[in-house]
Design a protein around this ligand. Structure first.
Ligand code: PGA
Length: 255
């Protein structure tokens, strides 16, 4: 990873936790993670726990946020949660376009683009997930798939919209499996994404990070953190196991 730049560690807690579990878990994170100097750590929790995250993590260097957002401002959208509401709870980051949502809830790329813009409107940092399926990788079209996911946002809002944002390369085949992308695969795709935005779309971004997600664990973290083009990681399962999460952060801090 780039030297002299803080690494981004986003925890995707997914639909896990409870008031009881979080109380102890967040307190432990607060106690142990606040001393990391080279990391920007954020826990993306289920909506009902934003208040609890704010209460426990307030006045620490650890941020919190959500895993989705409505594309609408407000109004008759039963079950949705707006960017303004998420912001009210002090959220800093919002995951958008995660494949578990686009597959299960038929999220279109256009919806994702609108959500991305809403997150920015409320001065939060979008963590846009992009990635290919195994079939697409085997067919060798992974770069085409990933660039088309990014292109939808650029077409609507211009490449400059990626200033102050994060793209998470999350190959769908690596999520929730035991097979993370190799550091070389992750590195190549992150380089490709950077070139796609900075060269193809001629956009020079000052505060923009590209991270990798998909089966990150304490074993593969060290190698991933050695990759030049990665600015951090998005961690799913391993983020609700304190020892595992702690070791990943430790590897990031010391690499
Ligand atoms: P995983 O999930 O680390 O459990 O593979 C990553 C993600 O879905 O963001």
């Amino acid at each position: 990873m780039k030297k002299n730049k803080k690494k981004v560690i986003i925890a995707n807690i997914k639909m896990n936790g409870s008031l009881h579990f979080n109380e102890a878990y967040l307190a432990k994170i607060k106690e142990n993670f606040n001393n990391f100097k080279n990391l920007n750590i954020c826990l993306c929790v289920p909506y009902p726990y934003l208040f609890q995250a704010k209460k426990i993590l307030n006045n620490t260097k650890i941020s919190w946020g959500s895993q989705n957002v409505a594309k609408f401002e407000n109004g008759p959208h039963t079950g949705e949660v707006s960017a303004a509401m998420i912001k009210e709870f002090g959220s800093k980051y919002v995951i958008v376009g995660h494949s578990e949502r686009s597959t299960a809830y038929c999220e279109s790329d256009e919806n994702i683009a609108d959500k991305f813009k809403k997150i920015k409107k409320y001065n939060m940092t979008p963590v846009l997930c992009v990635g290919e399926t195994l079939i697409e990788r085997e067919a060798g079209i992974m770069e085409r798939v990933v660039s088309s996911q990014i292109e939808v946002i650029i077409k609507t809002y211009g490449a400059q919209v990626f200033e102050n944002s994060i793209i998470a390369y999350e190959p769908i085949w690596a999520i929730g499996s035991d097979t993370a992308a190799t550091p070389d695969q992750a590195n190549k795709m992150c380089n490709f994404i950077m070139d796609f935005i900075s060269k193809k779309h001629k956009c020079d971004l000052k505060n923009f990070n590209i991270i990798y997600g998909g089966s990150v664990n304490r074993k593969n973290a060290v190698q991933l953190f050695a990759s030049e083009s990665l600015d951090g990681v998005l961690i799913g399962r391993a983020s609700i196991n304190f020892d595992e999460f702690n070791q990943i952060c430790f590897a990031a801090e010391n690499n």
